[in-house]
Design a protein around this ligand. Structure first.
Ligand code: ARG
Length: 260
């Protein structure tokens, strides 16, 4: 009899342990959802390979976009969470809601507008053509006159899209980063690189023997990529950006990183 009681108690105890374990695992699986739903975190994707707009400095994010993003988050009372990803993952990640915004020297284009919304533009940029100083090349026509010429670009950038359209895919070599494309130019794997002008200036300054052609390629506008479904948050972000433009904050950030 005593034994039966003991066994019963044991079974009961075991049952309780199982129930508790089930409850615990229940809360465990719920935890990530809670984190994602944390309405006070603003998740921004960037590709920190693009000085002066975004780059790493002593293990920290720095640059124009980083400072504007911090100012926006501050204004709307959210905590900024910056995720460093490949440039070609930003628009897709914003479109699916993985990131709430993308700031990465992103050019607002009609094609991208099909999958994301854009804030107002916060600055203009221009696509530059970089060549070797001793190449004698002075224009895109000069480059296109070379047999089997190759132009290096960063994958999925507007530079990639324009050069593919204008020259044909067989003349384009895509690299993961702009720095990789510049490295390919320095080692004669490509005849030129098309990249945004300010990063071009940074890369040319850091690598001897390269120069930017005087005639710029394409003019464009940078804007923040936003998820199409987050109307309320997007409005807050855009209003904050407009205020930061109006009060001169954006200009002072640009002036800090870009010298004329
Ligand atoms: N403005 C160009 C584009 O939108 C290039 C941007 C590249 N940005 C970067 N962080 N690597 O396609």
């Amino acid at each position: 009899m005593k034994n039966i009681r003991k066994i019963l108690a044991l079974v009961l105890a075991l049952g309780m342990i199982l129930v508790l374990a089930a409850c615990k695992s229940g809360t465990d699986t719920a935890a990530p959802e809670e984190a994602a739903a944390d309405s006070n975190t603003l998740i921004m994707a960037t590709s920190a390979d693009f000085p002066p707009y975004e780059f790493m400095e002593n293990n920290d994010f720095a640059g124009v976009d980083i400072e504007i993003a911090k100012a926006i988050a501050n204004k709307i009372g959210m905590t900024l969470d910056i995720q460093n990803v490949n440039f070609d993952a930003i628009i897709a990640g914003v479109a699916t809601g993985k990131y709430q915004m993308g700031m990465s020297g992103i050019t607002a284009t009609d094609e991208r507008r099909e999958s994301v919304d854009f804030s107002d533009s916060y600055t203009t940029a221009v696509q530059a053509i970089v060549v070797k100083s001793d190449s004698g090349l002075t224009s895109l026509d000069d480059i296109m006159a070379i047999e089997n010429y190759k132009i290096g670009v960063q994958l999925s950038t507007t530079g990639d899209i324009y050069v593919t359209d204008d020259c044909g895919v067989e003349h384009v070599t895509e690299y993961k980063t702009g720095a990789d494309a510049i490295q390919a130019l320095a080692t004669d794997k490509v005849n030129a690189v098309v990249i945004d002008n300010e990063p071009a200036k940074n890369f040319v300054a850091a690598n001897e023997g390269l120069t930017i052609l005087a005639s710029p390629y394409v003019q464009e506008e940078y804007a923040i990529a936003l998820n199409k479904d987050n109307t309320e948050l997007n409005n807050k972000i855009n209003t904050a950006l407009q205020e930061l433009i109006a009060d001169g904050t954006v200009q002072s950030i640009l002036d800090k990183y870009i010298t004329a």
